[in-house]
Design a protein around this ligand. Sequence first.
Ligand SMILES: [Zn+2]
Length: 364
Amino acid sequence: MKTSELLSIINQHVPFASAESWDNVGLLIGDTNQEVNGILTALDCTFDVVDEAIEKNINTIIAHHPLIFKGVKNINEGGYGTIIRRLIQNNIQLIALHTNLDVYQYGVNAMLSKRIGIKNAEILEPQTESYYKVQVFIPEENVVEFKDKMNDQGFASEGDYEYCFFSTKGDGQFKPVDGANPHIGQLNEIETVEEVKVEFMIQNNERAKAEYFINALHPYETPVYDFIPLTKSLNRGLGMIGDLPEQTTLKALASAIKTQLDIPSVRFTGNPNALISKAAVIGGSGIGYEQYAHQKGADVFITGDIKHHDALDAEIDGYHLIDINHYSEYVMRDGLKALLEQWLEGKVDNIEASHLNTDPFNYV
Ligand SMILES: [Zn+2]
């Protein structure tokens, strides 16, 4: 499979456009025409991970954290330059799936929730999409041609469905007055015409184009149409929230999570004996969402990278926090391997998860 095909399949599941605007996802190093001979999933593309790919003769690394993130000034030996040079010298490609994998309904947060044993998990903060419902009032005889042409222009499609219209008949009335050049009717006489209200959906960025084509295709001098702004919840978003298998104390939960995630340290804030039945999780650095999680009914907010003052604020506000370290996101390596196997349906033989520890911290 060519890299372009791999990127296209990935994009169907975890659209690159769903990543945060500050993020850097997609093919960071590589060639879309290159054949993919294998995939190695990793949390961070470190020097050792590149060596692992070389040893395993795998030419494509998919990492969660983008190696190239801030402005790169040079790619010289030393620091990140050494890793980038080693990738290029060995013809190894690097793809980053970062916040687009975080917000995916089966992504990093779902993987963490599963490992922690959260049941009935739902997206903590579903993303919404804005769109327009368009309604156009048009004489019946022009309806079919209007719909056909709007459909040809790519409007009125929804997922895998095209030609998504709804029509209702009614009587339209108007009186052309001085200066009018009516398509139907006489000057200064009330005209009643059987019209059809044609409704369809368009994306936000299609409005100007839709307005242009409505004006161009409508037989009336002054077409009647409305754009009604609407929003819908998407089945992707940040974090997960759900029930613990059974009510437990905060301390017992923190301890169980340490075992389930196999991590060397877990910290928590709040009364160790507080009873917990509902938990929210955001992998990486999710601080800032603890109040929102609490409002949605979570008894504890689980994330990484919690700073002293965030913890103190939470304690004073009465929110329970569990810090699982940023590195707990390593669960995405096996999780993404399983997703890729499912998405690629055998088109790439060799899909492996790196098991190198890339946690920059040592623990004593
Ligand atoms: Zn992260």
